[in-house]
Design a protein around this ligand. Structure first.
Ligand SMILES: Nc1ncnc2c1ncn2[C@@H]1O[C@H](COP(=O)(O)OP(=O)(O)OP(=O)(O)O)[C@@H](O)[C@H]1O
Length: 499
């Protein structure tokens, strides 16, 4: 039954192709017939055999290539064939109709069409019909089709008079028309946009933490802080979170997976923490419950009163560093005597709500100092919040990296990721409950939010990392070696990684 349906579908596509491009079809059919005739009319059987053998060798070579080296096959033949097929059969045939229905065209009225013609005009939906009604019509052109994984990318040339925002307004409807999960717009230079069409959710399966990187000297630590692997992006590439020279804002409703990102960061930095080149301070206003497994790896502060003192002490250290670096260097380099500082503020809303007004003011002032002056002197502040409004996150603009997990309301998307993020497809309010850890990321200077999924770090793995890589001043080595078997996701090589 399925085979029949497929056959019927292919037949319809071919028939549509023949009707749409009769000349090309005629030439193609002529070439094929001539080839077949030459083969049949070859008097010498050797010629026929050579002809057939060439065809068989070609097909078998392609098959073997695909079987033995699927990656290079996909990169060359597969990509070329996939792009051609998509352009010709999936997007090309319906492009004009969809572009007209979604307002991706401009018209200049050359003459008054009159009442009757105006009525016809309202009904007509082909550029030729519109032109016949005295209109000059310019439709957005489909220029190139590419694909990566489950996402197709269409490069579209926009006629004068249409902006990427006009295209973005029709994305929802285009997604339904193409039976896709989402359609997003990405500017590709003046007059050009990419339409990213996601047809299947590549992030639906949870990911466990993989290998933790070995960051044991200043060079590797700087590389790790420049892009710490904390998950995967929609296109299957690694999600690298910038921690050096940037502060991170993480927003999301309860249970959306904010903590998983914090754990991914702490786990990724564990070897650097053990080497004394990174020091993590974790402010946990929820009473320390959340941060308990992090205690061997971080200075956990769970009392509100202590938090203001801790932040003031960090600001004093920042001032000292700034004075020491003045005139010598413009960037801090981590060392054991001056480690890179990561300050985690887990749930800012709770902190400001629970603290009395005096403490809240102290906390806000200290956070403001760390966020505004800390980047160059080796401080990274990571703030999580369920409520991204200005009242709670006063210093939103000072976070260069923004991550939005599932949010309650669409209006919150632009609050976290910046103006226009929702229109560019960052539908955080539509992330399903069944995929915690899925988020949209915006990096300073890059307007397009990217969809990603943070790795999941089970408590056992964190405990194991805490026993294996305790921060120097905080914890002695593990007492019971029998307990210290590596859980899934942490390789024995890493468990025994150098101090
Ligand atoms: N990246 C992930 N992959 C798979 N499952 C996840 C991921 N992150 C979180 N989860 C699941 O979702 C649950 C809630 O996640 P998490 O505690 O990180 O949410 P949260 O946003 O920090 O919530 P809260 O604000 O209440 O602390 C976890 O117990 C876990 O089962």
């Amino acid at each position: 039954m399925r085979g029949w349906r497929h056959g019927w579908w292919v037949f319809r596509l071919l028939l549509a192709d023949v009707l749409r491009r009769p000349l090309r079809t005629f030439v193609g059919a002529g070439l094929l017939t001539s080839g077949a005739y030459v083969w049949w009319a070859s008097s010498r059987w050797q010629d026929q055999a050579a002809f057939s053998l060439t065809a068989v060798v070609l097909v078998v070579s392609l098959g073997v290539w695909r079987w033995r080296a699927p990656r290079s096959y996909r990169r060359t033949v597969g990509r070329w064939w996939g792009c051609w097929w998509r352009r010709r059969y999936r997007y090309g045939p319906s492009w004009q109709t969809l572009a007209l229905r979604h307002g991706l065209y401009v018209t200049d009225r050359r003459q008054d069409p009159g009442v009757v013609r105006s009525l016809v005009l309202a009904w007509a939906d082909t550029p030729r019909a519109l032109r016949q009604q005295g209109q000059s019509v310019e439709v957005a052109r489909l220029r190139r089709v590419r694909f990566t994984g489950a996402t197709d990318h269409l490069l579209v040339a926009l006629p004068a008079g249409i902006t990427p925002d006009t295209v973005a307004a029709g994305c929802d409807s285009l997604a339904h028309a193409w039976r896709a999960l989402t359609v997003r717009v990405r500017p590709a230079g003046p007059g050009w946009v990419w339409l990213d069409i996601t047809r299947a959710d590549t992030l639906r399966r949870p990911l466990l933490l993989g290998a933790v990187p070995t960051l044991t000297d200043a060079t590797t630590v700087l590389a790790g802080l420049a892009g710490l692997s904390v998950g995967v992006l929609e296109d299957g590439s690694s999600w690298r979170l910038k921690l050096r020279g940037a502060h991170v804002l993480i927003a999301g409703t309860t249970g959306s997976g904010k903590s998983s990102l914090l754990w991914a960061i702490v786990a990724g930095l564990s070897t650097a923490v053990h080497a004394g080149l990174v020091r993590v301070t974790w402010l946990d206003p929820k009473g320390g419950m959340e941060a308990t497994p992090a205690r061997p790896l971080a200075d956990v502060v769970d009392r509100i009163d202590d938090m203001a003192d801790t932040l003031d002490a960090l600001v004093a250290e920042l001032d000292q560093r700034a004075a020491a670096l003045a005139g010598t260097s413009r960037q801090h380099k981590p060392s054991v005597s001056s480690p890179h500082r990561v300050v985690v503020v887990d749930e800012l809303a709770t902190l400001t709500a629970l603290a009395d007004s005096k403490t809240a003011r102290r906390v806000e002032a200290a956070l403001g100092a760390l966020l505004s002056r800390g980047r160059a002197v080796g401080f990274t502040v990571i703030t999580t919040t369920v409520d991204p409004s200005k009242e709670v996150v006063r210093w939103r603009g000072l976070h260069a990296v923004r991550v939005a997990f599932r949010l309650d309301e669409p209006i919150q998307v632009d609050m976290v990721l910046g103006d226009g993020a929702l229109q560019r497809g960052a539908a955080c309010d539509r992330i399903p409950l069944s995929t915690p850890g899925v988020c949209f990321v915006r990096i300073d200077g890059v307007p397009d939010p990217q969809r990603a999924r943070a790795v999941y770090v089970p408590d056992k793995t964190i405990e194991h990392l805490g026993r294996t890589y305790p921060a120097p001043a905080l914890c002695p080595p593990p007492s019971d070696p029998a307990e210290d078997t590596a859980p899934a996701g942490v390789t024995p090589a890493q468990a025994g990684a150098p101090a």
